[in-house]
Design a protein around this ligand. Structure first.
Ligand code: FEO
Length: 174
C-alpha cells in the first residue's frame, strides 16, 4: 500500500506518462502534415510506449491496494516551426519526466517503501534511454540543418522503428 503522499505522486506521474503519449501523438500529427511519415511513425511508436508507462503506474497502484485517480490532461503543443523544435521540446519534456521519477524515488525512500523503489528502478533506467534517443535525433537534425536530402534519409531511418509490446503480466514485468 502506498502512503497518501506517495499515492498522490504516483497518480500525478501516471498523468505525466499519459500526457507524454498525448504530446507525442500531437508531434506525429505535425510530422504527418509535413509529409515526413517516418518521423510521424517514430512518434506514434513513442506514444504507444508512453501508454505502457502510464499503464505500469496504473497496475502498480492497483496491485498495492492503493487508489487510482485519473487526473485531467492538458492539451499539448500541436504546431512546431521545424522538426528540430519538436525534438527539443521532447527532450525537455523527458528531462522533466526524469526529474519527477527521481523525486518519486526520493519519496519512496523516505517512506521506506522498498516495493515502490524496486518498481521505480525500471523507470530510472528507462529515462536514460528516453533522453538519449531524443538527444541523438536532435543532434542529427542540427547537423542536417536545411539539407532536405539529409532530412528525407533520416525520415526513412526513423520509419524503421517498431513498437515492441511489453510482456503481459504484472506491472513489474511490463
Ligand atoms: Fe515515459 Fe518518455 O517517459
Amino acid at each position: 500500500m502506498l502512503g497518501k503522499k506517495l499515492q498522490d505522486a504516483f497518480n500525478e506521474q501516471m498523468k505525466n506518462e499519459f500526457y507524454s503519449a498525448y504530446l507525442y501523438m500531437a508531434m506525429a500529427g505535425y510530422f504527418q502534415s509535413e509529409d515526413l511519415p517516418g518521423f510521424a511513425s517514430w512518434m506514434r511508436v513513442q506514444a504507444l510506449e508512453e501508454m505502457t508507462h502510464g499503464e505500469k503506474f496504473f497496475n502498480f497502484t492497483c496491485e498495492t491496494g492503493s487508489r487510482t485517480n485519473l487526473l485531467p490532461i492538458d492539451g499539448p503543443q500541436n504546431n512546431f516551426t521545424k522538426p528540430a523544435e519538436a525534438f527539443e521540446i521532447g527532450l525537455q519534456h523527458e528531462k522533466f519526466v526524469t526529474a519527477s521519477i527521481n523525486n518519486l524515488m526520493f519519496m519512496a525512500g523516505k517512506d521506506k517503501n522498498y516495493a515502490a523503489q524496486i518498481f521505480l528502478q525500471w523507470f530510472v533506467t528507462e529515462q536514460i534511454e528516453e533522453e538519449s534517443s531524443f538527444s541523438l535525433i536532435l543532434k542529427k537534425l542540427q547537423r542536417i540543418g536545411e539539407d532536405s536530402r539529409g532530412l528525407l534519409m533520416l525520415d526513412q531511418e526513423l520509419g524503421q522503428r517498431a513498437f515492441v509490446p511489453p510482456p503481459a503480466g504484472s506491472s513489474m514485468a511490463a
